[in-house]
Design a protein around this ligand. Structure first.
Ligand code: SF4
Ligand code: SF4
Length: 313
């Protein structure tokens, strides 16, 4: 593959976040790619799920139509009207295939677009700005999403270009991707954060929209065919889905044969709630919360199972 072929490749990116210390070793820049095959009810990045640009309206930033009519002036498709309270009202049925001039016209970021087309070169130029921090901290680039491998060709091109620029790479994946993409990505990675949400496929499908067979198979590919790749398996613990000892024990049992894989539980949070409202969607989880002390109890369950593997012959 000629490096010049990669640099011009385009993908849909909805955020680039610098100075992260949570998504892989050291100081990292996280590149969030649009699109995911799963539709998890607890998703904290709802703007990541659809593989297309999406219009978001934040009434808290909007100046109101008594002070500003810029969005109304540029909307020629009838997507914007004045509501009774003097604020813009958006009918998103008019917005498909629109190039969304209302967002660029808005002076206050009251209307924004989640998802911009960007080239590999453009993205890596931003990532490379912090190369000195990566060197000192063993950090680098983390691809996230959405599911970064949903845009497989683009994700692979980003990883190859990062390698060319001597930037270490990590991925945050839900594991739902074609196996050939997983096999191509693995040698380009220095670290993988791999979510395993439920060991029971029918429960997994009921809450995420897809069965788990492909995900578990991809995990085995990474763990067995690429044993030098450090993997952190993670389970977001979600009320009403997998916050039971049985569910976590089943995942820990799946992971037990892989002594080099670390495991971490992530507590469900509601930080993405506001973004559902910006997108005019109802947060599917409502007011659900995790029971007090649940995470520490489940951590003990997982630890009890994974500790034993050290003693396995
Ligand atoms: S995206 Fe297009 S149609 Fe929708 S409100 Fe903005 S300008 Fe109007
Ligand atoms: S352009 Fe922005 S600030 Fe002005 S009315 Fe529209 S959304 Fe509000």
């Amino acid at each position: 593959m000629d490096a010049r072929d990669d640099q011009g490749k385009e993908g849909l990116v909805f955020n680039i976040q610098k100075y992260s210390v949570h998504d892989g070793p050291g100081i990292r820049t996280i590149v969030f790619l649009k699109g995911c095959a799963l539709s998890c009810r607890w998703c904290s990045n709802p703007e990541s799920q659809k593989y297309r640009p999406e219009l978001a309206y934040n009434a808290g930033r909007c100046l109101g139509l008594d002070k500003c009519v810029r969005c109304l002036e540029v909307c020629v498709r009838g997507g914007l009207t004045r509501s009774d309270d003097g604020m813009p009202s958006i009918d998103r049925t008019h917005c498909e295939d629109c190039h969304m001039p209302c967002a660029s016209a808005c002076p206050a970021q009251g209307i924004i677009v989640y998802g911009q087309k960007r080239t590999v070169d453009d993205v890596l130029n931003v990532v490379e700005q912090d190369a000195a921090f990566y060197t000192r901290s063993s950090g680098g680039l983390t691809l996230s999403g959405g599911e970064p491998l949903f845009q497989g060709d683009f994700a692979l091109a980003l990883l190859r270009e990062a390698r060319l620029r001597c930037i270490k790479t990590a991925i945050e994946t839900c594991g739902m991707a074609p196996e050939d993409i997983v096999r191509q990505a693995a040698p380009l990675l220095n670290y993988a954060l791999f979510d395993i949400k439920h060991a029971d496929s029918s429960v997994h499908e009921a809450h995420t929209g897809v069965p788990n067979a492909r995900i578990l198979a991809n995990f085995r590919i990474l763990a067995e065919e690429f044993p030098d790749l450090p993997i952190l398996a993670r389970t977001p613990v979600v009320p009403g889905f997998n916050d039971t000892e049985e569910a976590i024990a089943a995942i820990a049992a799946f992971l037990a044969p892989y002594a080099h894989v670390r495991y971490e539980l992530l507590a469900y949070h509601r930080l993405g709630t506001q973004k559902y409202h910006f997108l005019n969607r109802t947060p599917p989880m409502g007011e659900a919360t995790l029971a007090n002390g649940r995470i520490s109890r489940l951590q003990s369950v997982a630890l009890g199972i994974l500790r034993e593997r050290v003693q396995m012959p």
